[in-house]
Design a protein around this ligand. Structure first.
Ligand SMILES: CC(=O)N[C@H]1[C@@H](OP(=O)(O)OP(=O)(O)OC[C@H]2O[C@@H](n3ccc(=O)[nH]c3=O)[C@H](O)[C@@H]2O)O[C@H](CO)[C@@H](O)[C@@H]1O
Ligand SMILES: C=C(OP(=O)(O)O)C(=O)O
Length: 431
């Protein structure tokens, strides 16, 4: 288990490129199961969840080859297994994404249920209800979802009770090869869903309305091979912009479409930062102490839950009191206690955190508990006085490609140590 050591107090400035998005690349990779041909993937981030998905596809019998770190080829035509076993997918929440594609392709699937995680329950009942409406028979046996559609899937009208990102992706993929028309109402509108729909269309799928509440899919006989390119990781981009702002700096992230981050950038402007955007870049510059701003997480185009922890880190040093409301995940406040160890003043009340900005944070040993909670600790550490040691950084590695390298490029003093080394002796950055 690696640790990241940060000596705070450096003002970050400069320019970095956004990586491809984990949350877009995973559904694109799952979609390979539907394709009767070879798919070339571009801008695939080098992350643990991605290698888990590739291992799964290879285990099912697909040919998976790397061109370089960010480009790979997947051909699922040789695949014969319609399963996603626990041992292979237990660390990847997105394992449920292969359920729709496997069922569409093989008429059967056995997929290990994603467990709960630190941020809360991760139910998939709406995915299952949708697949049943399309003709599947589904049982849960010993932690696995066992699904059959011996006569194939048929189009259906599905109204989601609640906006679900993975649910929308799963049913959209299942519907692409189903017979007839599927209508998905109250669909999620995240940019990652548009990325998936665009990619599937380029391989022959008939999908309309992605990016809106209603998606209409007319099933087709087959998808042909081709290319899929992952969109920029908007959450990663926003995290680096926040790193600039929390240290009083000026950071530009390139290769990212700013329209994906409107809610976040609007709140950042309210804190008093200067935000400049171009077609494919975002620049944020701090102008003195941030002002406190309230946020409430919502499905896209609302403020993303995946940025709640990072925004809270900014608010720990803001002038005034901000109210942070989490409406998507009941337990996504694991960072609060760790931020408190660094001197933050945060009171929890149900799904709301009341953050009273303080003058300074102090470095401390802290523990990462989930992906974005870890990012918030890194942000706090960059602004804190002294040294912070963040342990359990495997959480960060699920979503941030080369984080030390990127932050170092912006001027941060950050280093990774593996516990196999004597990190207590070798870790200090003040040499
Ligand atoms: C709407 C939303 O912001 N979704 C976030 C969610 O996506 P993810 O796809 O993981 O989760 P969903 O969008 O499906 O879940 C949204 C909400 O619906 C509930 N639910 C979902 C499916 C289901 O069958 N039954 C059910 O009750 C969940 O408990 C949650 O409260 O986590 C990802 C990782 O942090 C984020 O990138 C997504 O932005
Ligand atoms: C929690 C996240 O991912 P996952 O759904 O893979 O757990 C995230 O991307 O913030």
């Amino acid at each position: 288990m690696d640790k990241i050591i940060i000596r705070g107090g450096e003002v970050l400035s400069g320019t970095i490129e956004a990586s491809g998005a984990k949350n877009a690349a995973l559904p694109l990779l799952a979609a390979a199961i539907l394709v009767d041909g070879s798919v070339t993937y571009r801008r695939i981030p080098h992350l643990k969840d991605i290698s888990t998905m590739m291992t799964l596809l290879a285990w099912q019998g697909a040919e998976v080859t790397y061109d370089d770190q960010h480009c790979l080829h997947v051909d699922t035509r040789p695949a014969t297994k319609s399963e996603a076993p626990y041992e292979l997918v237990k660390t990847m929440r997105a394992s449920s994404l292969v359920l729709g594609p496997l069922l569409a392709r093989f008429g059967e699937a056995k997929v290990s249920l994603p467990g709960g995680c630190a941020i809360g329950a991760r139910p998939i009942d709406m995915h299952l209800k949708g697949l049943e409406a399309m003709g599947a028979e589904i049982d849960v046996e010993q932690g696995d979802i066992v699904a059959h559609a011996p006569n194939g899937l048929s189009g259906a009208h599905i109204v989601f009770d609640q906006v679900t990102v993975t649910g929308t992706e799963n049913l959209m993929m299942a519907a692409v090869l189903a017979s007839g028309m599927t209508v998905l109402d109250n669909s999620a509108r995240e940019p990652e869903i548009v990325n998936l729909a665009d990619s599937l269309r380029s391989l022959g799928a008939d999908i309309e309305g992605d990016g809106t509440n209603r998606i209409v899919i007319q099933g087709v006989e087959r998808l042909h091979g081709g290319e899929m390119t992952t969109i920029a990781d908007r959450i990663e981009a926003a995290t680096y912009l926040a790193a600039g702002v929390i240290t009083g700096g000026d950071v530009t992230v390139t290769d990212v479409d700013p329209s994906m981050l409107e809610a976040f950038l609007a709140r950042l402007k309210e804190t008093g930062c200067t935000v400049e955007t171009g077609e494919d870049y975002i620049r944020c510059k701090a102008n003195g102490r941030l002002k406190a701003v309230d946020i409430s997480t919502l499905p896209h185009p609302g403020f993303p839950t995946d940025l709640q922890a990072q925004f809270m880190a900014l608010m720990t040093l803001a002038d005034g009191t901000s109210v942070v409301r989490e409406t998507i995940f009941e337990n996504r406040f694991m960072h609060v206690q760790e931020l408190a160890r660094m001197g933050a003043n945060i009171r929890l009340d149900g799904n709301t955190a009341i953050v009273t900005g303080c003058e300074r944070l102090q470095g401390a040993p802290v523990m990462a508990t989930d992906l974005r909670a870890s990012a918030s600790l890194v942000l706090a550490a960059l602004a804190a006085e002294g040294e912070t040691v963040v342990s359990r950084v495997y959480h960060i590695d699920r979503g941030y490609e080369r984080i030390e390298e990127k932050l170092s490029k912006l001027g941060a003093r950050i280093k990774r140590h593996s516990v196999s080394e004597n990190w207590m002796q070798g870790a200090r950055l003040d040499a």
